[in-house]
Design a binder for this molecule. Structure first.
Ligand SMILES: Cc1ncc(COP(=O)(O)O)c(C=O)c1O
Length: 403
């Protein structure tokens, strides 16, 4: 087998066939000087809302903007508590804090790495008390009201939304999906007995189009989807300095607009997204087949029957990640870690007072997860090389008796 390098992600290959179309988009934008807003942004918003089976889409500057604006537009206020998971990118909790709320965490499910609805129930039943006057759960220790939950659809796989939505109804919580890694992922909801798209289940959802995402811009971009017209309208105000028309500021907002060039590129790429997501699923299944029999050494991604993952990442779990990553690096194989420190233990949140052991499932996952190369153009030959090198690493480790 060749020792050809295998990148973790290839953002050159994906754009090769799109260059002519992208040049036409640039020419249109330059020819009209319609850099901000306008028909390109509107066109993308319409297409993306349709893709997500959602009524409205509001294009914004990043996934972080999308989360922050969605939370604010959903009515989250200073002093509220918003509950999420510790194993996500810090943008999830940054947005919660920047909306004025305090973030709290519940642990994840061991196999899917997404929010454990049982832990959310426990949190609401044991750590909070229900006030029937305000119709709010109040956190017993801090006295703050819990007003929203942010399930994160991690690695391309949706959280177990039915029980989360039931708890949200019972406890009067807004649900903002962090769908930044899950464009096109699906969840089989027992409620309507049908598959539901990421971004169509919560009160609102946030998407990131950071270049490496399944649908990635050629710069920064994001979007909010929602069925709530008022929420969409407030997000439109928030992204544009609170302006309902030029220089008429209904509220204080932000500079969080989606620019027309990125919207044009995203609209062109959106037409390929289903095909690319299908390729990612095929690649994941091929990895699973190639790893068959190695389950003692590696824990493979788990896709429950209620979920169709779009494999933004293909994440293994191993006991000795440091040595495996080093070995793959020496073999020219790119890997990533998503994410090495559970957020409650990260320096930025020292002030929240969490300790090691508070969320053991997320902490253990953070020490063991390793993301392998995953992008639609990854060849079967490259995959075979990755798997061979991973498996070799266990032979070496077992041989040295250090496992
Ligand atoms: C789970 C999650 N949430 C939020 C974000 C933030 O998105 P952006 O980088 O576009 O601000 C990301 C992007 O990396 C993400 O992966």
């Amino acid at each position: 087998m060749s020792d050809e390098k295998v990148p973790f992600l290839d953002l050159v290959a994906v754009h090769r066939g799109l260059q002519n179309e992208f040049v036409d988009i640039l020419k249109t934008v330059l020819g009209t000087a319609g850099f901000i807003g306008g028909p390109m942004v509107q066109g993308f918003e319409e297409d993306f809302a349709k893709f997500c089976e959602s009524r409205f889409c509001v294009g914004v500057g990043s996934g972080t903007d999308a989360l922050r604006f969605a939370l604010m537009a959903a009515g989250i206020r200073s002093g509220d508590i918003v509950v999420t998971v510790p194993n996500t990118f810090i943008a999830t909790t940054e947005a919660i804090s920047q909306a004025g709320a305090r973030c709290d965490f519940v642990d994840i499910e061991e196999r899917t790495y997404t929010m454990d609805p049982g832990k959310l129930r426990q949190y609401l039943e044991k750590d909070c008390s229900w006030d029937s006057g305000t119709k709010r759960a109040f956190h017993k220790r801090t006295g703050h009201p819990v007003t929203a939950v942010v399930p994160v659809h991690l690695y391309g796989q949706m959280a177990d939304m039915d029980p989360i939505l039931d708890l949200a109804t019972q406890y009067n919580l807004k649900v903002i999906e962090d769908a930044c890694q899950a464009q096109g992922a699906e969840y089989f909801s027992k409620k309507g007995n049908r598959w539901r798209k990421a971004g169509s289940m919560g009160h609102a959802a946030a998407f990131s189009f950071y270049p490496g995402k399944n649908l990635g811009a050629c710069g920064e971009a994001g979007a909010i989807t929602t069925d709530d017209e008022q929420l969409a309208q407030t997000c439109r105000l928030l992204r544009d300095h609170g302006q309902s028309k030029k220089y008429f500021h209904d509220i204080e907002g932000y500079n969080g607009r989606l620019d027309a060039i990125q919207a044009g590129f995203l609209r062109a790429k959106l037409r390929h997204l289903e095909k690319w997501n299908g390729q990612r699923r095929d690649i994941a299944h091929r990895y699973n087949t190639l790893f068959a029999g190695a389950e003692e050494d590696v824990t493979l991604p788990h896709e429950p029957e209620w979920c169709r993952s779009v494999y933004h990442l293909y994440v293994l779990r191993v006991a000795d990640r440091v040595q495996l990553q080093k070995r793959l690096d020496e073999a020219g194989i790119g890997t990533g870690i998503h994410y090495p420190i559970a957020l409650h233990l990260t320096k930025a949140y020292e002030g929240l007072g969490f300790r090691v052991g508070d969320f053991p499932v997320a902490e253990k996952a953070a020490s063991q997860v390793l993301s392998l190369p995953m992008f639609p153009e990854l060849t079967s030959r490259q995959q075979e090389r990755v798997v061979t090198e991973v498996l070799k690493s266990f032979v070496v480790v077992s041989g040295s008796g250090s496992r």
